[in-house]
Design a protein around this ligand. Structure first.
Ligand SMILES: [Zn+2]
Length: 220
C-alpha cells in the first residue's frame, strides 16, 4: 500500500431501496465511511423509505434532492411550474432530511453532462432557492454492469485527483460488489471523503462558481 493524494467521494442515486440500502449503510458503517444519497421527493415521502433515510442521516450521510419524479430532464423544459415541481416539491418532501446546504443533483439520464441537465428556468429557481448543484465525474453504469462497474470506477479513481462516483442503491445486484470495491480503494491508499470536489459543484448556494453554459439548454 502506497500513500496517494487521490480522493474519492461516494454518492448513491435513485434509492433508497428496502432490499439494498440498509446493507449499503452497514457496509459504510463497518468502514467508518460517509457518503451522500440523492433521492427523489416521491421516495422521501414514502414511510418505509423515509425510515431508511432517517437512519442514513443520523449516521452522518448527506441526503440530497434528486428531483421529485426523476422523469423530466430539466434541460428539456423552460416551464417554471415544471421546474418548481421537480426541484421544489422534492425539497419540501426532504424537509428535515435536508442539510442546511440544499444539495441538488439534476436527473442526468444515464450520466451525460450537457444541456440536458438544466434550463434557464431551472437556473433561476436554483438561484432563488440557494441550491447547490452537485454533478459527478464518474458514472460506471453499475445498473447495466452489476459485476463490472468496480473495475471502471477504480480506473476513474486512479486517473483523477478527486473522483465523485455515482452508483445506485437499487435492486440490480450491483451493490453486492460494494464491499470489495471499497476495500480495493482503501488498499490503494485512495482517501474516501464525504465532501464534493469543487469541480463537480458548478452552482454553490444559488451562484454559478464555474462556467455553466454547457449544462444549460436553450429550451423555451
Ligand atoms: Zn438519477
Amino acid at each position: 500500500m502506497r500513500p496517494s493524494s487521490k480522493r474519492l467521494t461516494l454518492s448513491f442515486d435513485n434509492g433508497p431501496s428496502a432490499e439494498v440500502t440498509p446493507n449499503v449503510l452497514e457496509v459504510l458503517r463497518e468502514r467508518e465511511l460517509r457518503a451522500s444519497f440523492f433521492v427523489r421527493g416521491i421516495d422521501a415521502a414514502d414511510p418505509v423509505k423515509r425510515a431508511i433515510l432517517d437512519r442514513a442521516s443520523e449516521a452522518g450521510h448527506r441526503i440530497g434532492n434528486h428531483t421529485q419524479t426523476h422523469t423530466i430532464q430539466l434541460g428539456s423544459t423552460n416551464d417554471p411550474q415544471i421546474v418548481a415541481d421537480e426541484i421544489g416539491l422534492a425539497q419540501e418532501a426532504l424537509g428535515d432530511l435536508s442539510e442546511p446546504e440544499r444539495w441538488f443533483r439534476p436527473y442526468g439520464g444515464g450520466g451525460i453532462i450537457g444541456p440536458n441537465l438544466l434550463s434557464q428556468a431551472a437556473v433561476d429557481f436554483i438561484a432563488a432557492g440557494h441550491y447547490s448543484v452537485v454533478l459527478w465525474n464518474s458514472v460506471p453504469r453499475d445498473w447495466l454492469d452489476p459485476q463490472g462497474w468496480p473495475e471502471i470506477a477504480l480506473a476513474h479513481a486512479r486517473e483523477q485527483d478527486w473522483t465523485l462516483l455515482v452508483i445506485h442503491d437499487t435492486p440490480t445486484g450491483a451493490m453486492l460488489a460494494l464491499p470489495k470495491f471499497l476495500d480495493d480503494v482503501i488498499a490503494e491508499g485512495i482517501e474516501i471523503v464525504q465532501d464534493f470536489p469543487p469541480d463537480c459543484v458548478p452552482i454553490l448556494r444559488g451562484k454559478p462558481v464555474l462556467p455553466i453554459d454547457h449544462i444549460v439548454s436553450e429550451a423555451r
